[in-house]
Ligand binder design. Structure first.
Ligand SMILES: Nc1ncnc2c1ncn2[C@@H]1O[C@H](COP(=O)(O)OP(=O)(O)OP(=O)(O)O)[C@@H](O)[C@H]1O
Ligand SMILES: [Mg+2]
Length: 355
């Protein structure tokens, strides 16, 4: 499989009055062509900063890329000038956000916003661009696109704006689409439609997707692999099946236990992870999750765990995986939830044509 993106040892910090916030602390992962990687984790774990750094959209200052490489298409994005990045963002990397109004221009007709991408990056003439804009609106499921193409964003419903934003992001045929909580603001039915749409478009266009969410339930349906982030680090990484059926990090157990199951009447076992993440202006020297980890050992408070390899695709950073560590099983609540999950998702989670 061919790699589209490789992030190596990325470190990003922000200068604030309270000190230097170490938002991303040595993150490494890769993304294959045509693949969807989900990044999950609690609020403040560094998901958005990681993705914004890939697009070079973090404000500098106060932000700073302290270390690392972002190899995209064989080139290091960290070394690109702002001008070079602008061209890459419009053309090769598309993005969609939680609130479409932050990326759609309210004073410009939706059709024009799509056409602008087409004329600028694909050098289409105006009439071809208009035709393609209508086609794209149809592709993302907007009814009567010939009429909608001439409307402003405020004339669209929330779900339609989200679709329009996807149309803008896909207009340039980007190699990479970064979606940061694209559906959280939408009601459940529309969420499902948008996710379905993204999967469908990916099949047609072969775009690679980074999908950011704190809803693990969403992940099962859209992602090939999952990276679990905690306090600026990736603590576990694996295929969807590995993360859902063989989770190894106690933080992942916590996330799974706090995930609402699909049968909505059963909220009784929903347990948020007790405690809160560490202060990133003064990160702990050991495992940042140790104070919240009921299985923590002495070493967890002293030394940062390395990434232990479980399979070629599955890694986790917890001392529990050290050969000398006591054998610990996920708590009964997590196992129960996993059993429930497997009965809720009768078909295999990853449905992928073989390459
Ligand atoms: N411009 C900024 N100035 C200072 N600190 C920042 C800035 N942007 C982000 N941070 C800090 O970086 C850390 C990571 O934030 P980030 O937005 O990546 O979290 P997240 O995982 O996306 O959370 P959420 O799920 O709430 O979106 C947080 O501690 C946040 O306060
Ligand atoms: Mg975020």
């Amino acid at each position: 499989m061919e790699k589209l993106l490789e992030v190596k040892n990325l470190e990003v910090s922000f200068q604030t009055y309270g000190g230097e916030v170490q938002a991303v602390r040595g993150v490494s992962f890769h993304l294959n062509k045509g693949e969807t990687l989900a990044i999950v984790g609690e609020s403040g774990s560094g998901k958005s900063v990681t993705s914004q750094t890939i697009m070079r959209l973090i404000p500098t200052p106060p932000g700073r890329i302290k270390n690392g490489q972002i190899i995209f298409n064989g080139e290091d994005l960290v070394k690109k000038t702002d001008k070079e990045m602008e061209a890459i963002r419009g053309k090769d990397i598309g993005m969609i956000f939680q609130d479409p109004m932050t990326s759609l221009n309210p004073t410009m007709k939706v059709g024009h916003q799509i056409m602008e991408v087409l004329t600028k990056h694909l050098k289409m003439d105006k009439s071809a661009a208009k035709e393609r804009a209508i086609e794209l609106l149809r592709l993302v499921g907007i009814p009567m696109p010939e009429k909608r193409v001439n409307q402003y964003p405020h004339e669209f419903s929330g779900g339609m704006r989200q679709r329009a934003m996807i149309a803008v992001a896909l207009a340039s045929n980007p190699k990479l689409l970064i979606a940061d909580e694209p559906t959280t603001a939408l009601d459940v039915t529309i969420q499902a439609q948008i996710l379905e749409l993204m999967k469908d478009l990916q099949k047609k266009t072969g775009t690679s997707i980074i999908f950011i969410t704190h809803d693990l339930g969403v992940v099962a349906n859209v992602a090939d692999r999952v990276a679990v982030m905690y306090a600026g680090k990736i603590v576990e990484m694996g295929t969807v099946d590995e993360i859902f059926y063989d989770p190894r990090h106690p933080y992942t157990w916590g996330l799974l236990a706090s995930m609402p199951s699909l049968d909505s009447d059963d909220k009784s076992e929903l347990a948020a992870i007790p405690g809160s993440p560490p202060d990133l202006t003064n990160p702990p020297k050991g495992d940042g999750f140790a104070p919240r980890n009921p299985y923590a050992m002495k070493i967890d408070f002293e030394l940062e765990p390395p990434m232990f390899k479980i399979s070629d695709t599955h890694y986790a950073a917890t001392w529990l995986l050290h050969p000398d560590a006591p054998k610990v099983e996920p708590p009964e609540a997590v196992k129960k939830r996993l059993r429930k999950l497997s009965s809720n998702y009768p078909q295999p989670i990853i449905v992928k044509e073989s390459e």
